[in-house]
Design a protein around this ligand. Structure first.
Ligand code: SAM
Length: 288
């Protein structure tokens, strides 16, 4: 089997298939030979596991996952990669390629159909233009996943793995922390790809929580509040939240104070527990 990180082979393969890189599909393929084995080792820790991969490219990570897991289902949007994958992954009988947009794919059905009785994880070098929507879809749909090991832009990695209540945190940090425990695994330089992107990347892992660590009276209200609070992060909590809720600023200020918070606090200063306390107070006020 030819090495899928060998630049001469990749060029020959792509030319033969008249493949053109698509910037809009976030196509930067890994050519650093140490990255995919490392990612696959972090994602798959038992050989009886099922893996969902998002965005195969020419199959460089797919192959490493298939060497370690029982079954890999890889979702790739670009039709023009299909003949290439038939060649590069021809030696594997435990890979299914689905030619679909991951944001439209029914992941629950895929898991039921392909991974019966297996522990399931997601591993991907994500197309950067859909990093947040993909991560949110994976977490919010409450799929039975063990972990999500993904490569993202370094700045996105910093935000996703930030501590809630620190300057780097955002609405996406809170959401990730609610559903999982995030950690940065390692950095990957922009020279590790063809074509080379403008910025460096990092691999992160989200260990999906069995249960959230905070208790919420209304999950939807919590996330609506978080979105409003971080949507205008320079403003104080009562100001930022009041624009997203049908409650007066005075009512919100009262809820803030009775949650033990300063009305001058900003979203990025609040811990997970403080955000939960405030959301639960707002729920009580709304339902009084
Ligand atoms: N895994 C390969 C690698 O590491 O070399 C390719 C990674 S490349 C950054 C992202 C891949 O995602 C591309 O193959 C691209 O065609 C695919 N892709 C882009 N948008 C997608 C979508 N909405 N659904 C599924 N795949 C997508």
């Amino acid at each position: 089997m030819r090495e899928l990180t060998n630049i001469n082979y990749i060029k020959e393969l792509l030319n033969k298939n008249n493949f053109r890189f698509s910037k809009s599909l976030g196509q930067n393929f890994l050519v650093n030979p140490s990255v995919c084995p490392r990612m696959a080792d972090y994602a798959v820790w038992e050989d009886n596991m099922g893996v969902i991969e998002i965005g195969t490219g020419i199959g460089v990570l797919t192959k490493e996952l298939a060497l370690r897991a029982k079954k890999v289902v890889a979702i790739e949007l670009d039709m023009s990669l299909m003949p290439i994958l038939s060649e590069t992954l021809a030696d594997f009988d435990n890979i299914t390629i689905i030619n679909e947009d991951v944001l439209k794919a029914d992941l629950e059905k895929i898991i039921k159909e392909h991974f019966d009785g297996m522990k399931v994880c997601v591993c991907a070098n994500l197309p950067y233009y859909i990093t947040s929507p993909v991560i949110m879809k994976l977490l919010e749909s409450k799929l039975p996943l063990e972990n999500i090991t993904v490569m993202v832009q370094r700045e996105a990695a910093d935000r996703l793995c930030a501590e809630v209540g620190s300057r780097n945190s955002g609405a996406v940090t809170v959401c990730v922390d609610y559903y999982s425990e995030a950690q940065k695994l390692f950095d990957v330089s922009k020279g590790s790809f063809i074509p080379s992107p403008k910025v460096d990347s990092a691999v992160i892992q989200l260990q999906v929580r069995k249960e959230p660590e905070i208790e919420l009276k209304d999950e939807k209200l919590f996330f609506r509040m978080v979105k409003a609070a971080f949507g205008q992060r320079r403003k104080t909590i009562p100001n930022s939240i009041s624009s997203g809720f049908s409650m007066s600023k005075e009512e919100i200020t009262n809820a803030v104070v009775s949650s033990g918070l300063k009305p001058t606090a900003r979203a990025e200063e609040l811990s997970m527990e403080e955000l939960a306390e405030l959301a639960n107070k707002l729920y009580e006020v709304k339902n009084a």
